[in-house]
Design a protein. Structure first.
Length: 132
């Protein structure tokens, strides 16, 4: 699991190369690092394509002098029948520097979302149960 803040194109490119050594990941958005920073999150390596990660929102906590990035990690329910296919989902957002106060920290809060099994996989599981 990674939680990163990037303040330059070089930092972002190094991160992208680390998570995708084959260089097949393409990031087409142009970031002006003089005006923006990039926040990136990944979960632990997942075993299925159904798993994911999403930055839901960023909250400002004036009292604690912090920005909280709310991250949703989605995973299929434990009893879902899934094909093993290791993936590493990533989500990135750009935030304007002018909106950030220098004395504030950026914190990450993760929430878990359990995904229902896909209908096709449920049917396959039910068929296997009947045949046994």
């Amino acid at each position: 699991k990674q939680r990163k803040i990037f303040r330059s194109q070089e930092e972002l490119q190094t991160f992208l190369n680390e998570i995708d050594p084959s260089n097949t990941l393409v990031f087409n958005q142009t970031i002006d690092f003089d005006k923006e920073i990039v926040v990136a999150v990944t979960p632990s390596t997942q075993n299925t394509e159904s798993s994911g990660v999403k930055i839901k929102r960023m909250e400002i906590d004036e009292q604690d002098k912090a920005y909280r990035v709310i991250v949703i990690n989605s995973e299929p329910l434990d009893d879902c029948l899934l094909e093993e296919n290791p993936t590493l989902p990533v989500d990135l957002i750009a935030i304007e520097n002018s909106n950030l106060k220098e004395d504030f920290e950026i914190e990450f809060t993760a929430m878990k979302e359990e995904l229902e099994c896909e209908t096709e996989l449920l049917q396959e599981e039910n068929t296997q149960s009947v045949q046994e």
